[in-house]
Design a protein around this ligand. Structure first.
Ligand SMILES: Cc1cc2nc3c(=O)[nH]c(=O)nc-3n(C[C@H](O)[C@H](O)[C@H](O)COP(=O)(O)OP(=O)(O)OC[C@H]3O[C@@H](n4cnc5c(N)ncnc54)[C@H](O)[C@@H]3O)c2cc1C
Length: 459
């Protein structure tokens, strides 16, 4: 019945229901769930509307899906229903160069947008490390960050207008220029629970006149972190400040030969962008702060190729850990920048106590830690160790005045942990927002909210 109706509306080629097709959609980069009842691959907003209307008529939920690179189980269908894959809605629809903006379909890959506008001297700033694979729709739904979000802001700062399909299968639009409530702000980061994004106008930035990438080496993460805090405290905000420890740099060097030193405890990758005439003074100021914090060496990338290699190492860091263990779990927590050393100490202790190998690679400028806890998922003891260490790190982040997600979102993974940072009243207030958009909880159910909060059955 469900399949027939979907095939009638979208055509057989756009509807997948064979077990082997569905199995693929039971995963994202974090978790595995039960497969959906059907997967659809629409090519237009109209087809998305038809899908949602059919789901409503059949009483099944709808889960949006970009590239499935999410790290919190957001795109996995925990309650069956229909997965709407935006893989075929992947076009750059309009380029408005005078106003430096682009209208995109949700399935467009993040990096493809920057590549498409590079010839006009423009780029799209939010650059999650997954940008070669992740989609703009997924980025909008998770309010994705990335290394350069220190200087340029996160996805929410670059979305201008949205076209959205609501829970009844009708289209509405909102813009940051709307008078009254900021619906665009509410929708960005809502993880597919308030509507399905079918197109977006996003901001493009002019490429800076000059870009420098510097590499500083330190004995340990603590001194690298101190250099980051002191740089920003001095009123200098580079476009990116990323730290990697020796576990990560050694894995990256073995895999990608990025040019990282492997004989130091931690490296700090810094990018500064702006006017050429400011670069020398910027380098002098930041390198001085790094030396005062204990930097053992300082290197400036000499060419575009060298810069690209240093960044390729950073963005490939998670993949490189495949050399250490078959699986990794990325914890995503934020702490105030000044608390980074304490947080790192907890990460190390938690990993050691639970017998887990940990590598640290993180957006240090934002205080956003990403300990990669490495394990073999076939070994239950190792799985238990990773869960235990991950929980200790989560609790420590909260105790240090931080929060349970910096950028990956809440999804299915951290829904119960929401009670550690919000009161029941806080969560009930948030649930009221959801109620307005999706009273039946048919859009991406079982995500963000802990079991029982604002659920129809509780009501
Ligand atoms: C190696 C690696 C590095 C990463 N680095 C970063 C990083 O630096 N910064 C960062 O923020 N994240 C990072 N991530 C996490 C992930 O890439 C981001 O969360 C990304 O935004 C997900 O995009 P996606 O297209 O894969 O979305 P998916 O994983 O498919 O979906 C993510 C969420 O968005 C919803 N969704 C997808 N499309 C739509 C739509 N059109 N409308 C409504 N809802 C939708 C889904 O339902 C789900 O809840 C990384 C992941 C990996 C594997």
């Amino acid at each position: 019945m469900l399949r027939e109706r979907l095939v009638d509306a979208l055509g057989a080629d756009a509807v997948k229901t064979s077990p082997e097709d569905l199995a693929v959609y039971a995963f994202d980069a974090y978790s595995e769930s039960a497969p959906p009842d059907a997967v659809v691959l629409p090519t237009s907003s109209r087809q998305v509307c038809a899908t949602v209307a059919i789901a409503r008529a059949c009483g099944v939920p709808v889960v949006g899906r970009g590239a499935g690179t999410g790290l919190c189980g957001g795109a996995v269908p925990t309650a069956g229903g229909i997965v709407v894959s935006f893989a075929r809605m992947n076009r750059l629809l309009q380029l408005d160069l005078p106003n430096r903006r682009a209208r995109v379909q949700p399935g467009l890959i993040n990096l493809a947008l920057s590549e498409a506008v590079a010839g006009a001297g423009l780029f799209y700033a939010p650059d999650p490390a997954s940008q070669r694979a992740s989609t703009l729709g997924g980025n909008i739904a998770t309010n994705a960050g990335g290394p350069h979000c220190l200087g340029y802001g996160v996805t929410a700062n670059h979305v201008l207008e949205l076209e959205v399909v609501d829970d009844r299968g009708e289209v509405f639009s909102c813009s940051i220029d709307d008078i009254g409530y900021d619906l665009t702000g509410v929708l960005v980061g809502s993880e597919g629970t308030l509507g399905l994004v079918t197109s977006a106008w996003v901001r493009l930035l002019r490429m800076p006149e000059s870009v420098r990438v510097w590499l500083a080496g330190f004995a340990d993460i603590e001194s690298a972190s101190a250099a980051v805090s002191q740089t920003i405290a001095a009123g200098i905000v580079p476009s990116a400040m990323e730290i990697m420890d020796a576990v990560i740099t050694q894995a990256v060097e073995a895999a990608f030969h990025a040019g990282y030193p492997t004989d130091v405890g931690a490296i700090l990758l810094i990018e500064n962008a702006g006017f050429e005439e400011d670069m020398q003074a910027g380098e002098a100021a930041i390198s001085r702060i790094c030396r005062d914090a204990g930097a053992l060496f300082w290197r400036s990338a000499k060419s575009t190729a060298e810069r690209a290699a240093l960044w390729a190492g950073r963005k490939g860091a998670a993949a490189a850990t495949g050399r250490i263990a078959p699986n990794y779990y990325t914890q995503d927590v934020c702490v105030p920048r000044s608390k980074l050393p304490q947080a790192i100490a907890v990460v190390r202790e938690a990993a050691a106590d639970h017998g887990v190998t940990v590598g640290n690679v993180f957006h240090a400028g934002d205080g956003n830690l990403h300990p990669l806890l490495m394990y073999d998922k076939r070994d239950r003891k190792q799985v238990a160790g990773v869960i235990g260490a991950g929980n200790v790190i989560l609790d420590a982040a909260i105790a240090l005045g931080g929060t349970i997600s910096g950028e990956h979102g809440i999804g299915h993974e951290k829904r119960e942990a929401m009670t550690r940072v919000y009161t029941t009243e806080d969560l009930a207030t948030m649930a009221k927002v959801r109620e307005v958009f999706d009273p039946a909880r048919s859009l991406n159910p079982e995500k963000i909210f802990p079991r029982g909060v604002g659920c129809p059955e509780v009501r």
